[in-house]
Design a protein around this ligand. Structure first.
Ligand SMILES: C[S@@+](CC[C@H](N)C(=O)[O-])C[C@H]1O[C@@H](n2cnc3c(N)ncnc32)[C@H](O)[C@@H]1O
Length: 279
């Protein structure tokens, strides 16, 4: 811990927005079913090599690199989290992929791109934060004619009992205290509705087949060595900062309802929804 004491300026960490804090700790991904979910998307629709893809809410860019390296796609990642984008850019330099994978800070609701620029617009574990009408309009605008929007997301099943839905909604509201925005998991039918409303066609919904395993869990945290580093930093911040400790506690509660507590989590399905831009 002595080394951490000299390395970590607790006050600085307390100022970081939630996702920047997690990225700085070393977390690399939030997709609980792992990178292979992109293989499932590519099985539904094969984006040809060199396709221009926008990943909205890309975090530190793990999926952006995966898509570029495995499928030879040209990827742009955007996120509002400044530290995450800084880390993503450093990784691109380290991997010598700056020409193929680009990152910039920007908001999903006001994309800094021209109309008809991308062959695909993807989201991953972030669309529950969006103002959907505004975002859908933007996704439609920046897509080329006949381009595809794809949501690799958690979505709610329609048969959820009211009481369970309320628990999830409460957890989502609680999340606002740490992230500054609510976590508002939409129904599968909401995606279908928004796609239709915002002029997308051929909507396909696919339940993610890939199950979570230990290997994926370590992938989320960037390997075992990184996992140990993250745990150490977390414990240190937990002990030294009541502000961050409170955030971790809230996160634990929200995670419990959304991912772990069977009676609520079973209604939240990792799902891919893909649709083609209409005329
Ligand atoms: C749960 S993380 C997911 C990160 C990454 N997609 C992944 O699956 O690992 C959600 C991300 O969405 C970003 N985000 C939230 N609202 C956003 C917005 N309006 N525009 C762009 N990014 C946003 C957050 O900063 C965060 O990096």
């Amino acid at each position: 811990m002595g080394k951490l004491r000299s390395e970590i300026n607790v006050k600085e960490w307390e100022q970081l927005p939630w996702y920047d804090l997690l990225s700085k700790m070393g977390l690399e991904s939030f997709n609980w079913r792992g990178l292979e979910t992109w293989n499932e998307l590519m099985n539904i629709h094969k984006f040809p090599p060199k396709s221009k893809i926008l990943i909205v809410g890309c975090g530190v860019g793990k999926s952006a690199f995966y898509l570029a390296e495995k499928f030879d796609l040209n990827v742009t990642g955007i996120d509002i989290a400044e530290k995450s984008i800084e880390i993503a850019k450093q990784t691109a330099t380290g991997k010598n992929l700056e020409d193929k994978v680009k990152f910039q800070i920007s908001d999903a609701h006001e994309l800094p791109f021209h109309k008809n620029e991308f062959d695909g617009v993807f989201t991953e574990y972030m669309a529950y934060f969006l103002d959907h009408p505004r975002a859908f309009k933007e996704f439609h605008r920046v897509l080329k004619p006949s381009g595809y929007v794809a949501f690799n997301e958690l979505m709610l099943e329609s048969d959820i009992p009211k009481k369970k839905l309320n628990q999830i909604l409460e957890a989502g509201t609680l999340f606002e205290e740490i992230a500054g925005f609510k976590l508002n998991v939409p129904f599968i039918s909401d995606y279908e509705k928004w796609c239709t409303e915002f002029n997308f066609k051929d909507i396909q919904v696919h339940f993610v087949k890939k199950k979570l395993n230990l290997r994926d869990l370590f992938q989320l945290v960037g390997g075992f060595k990184n996992f140990r580093k993250i745990t150490k930093i977390m414990l240190y911040l937990w002990r030294k900062s009541p502000i961050i400790k409170k955030k971790f506690k809230i996160q634990r509660k929200v995670k419990w309802i959304v991912f772990q507590k069977r009676s609520t989590a079973k209604y939240i399905r990792p799902t891919i929804c893909i649709a083609q831009k209409g005329d």
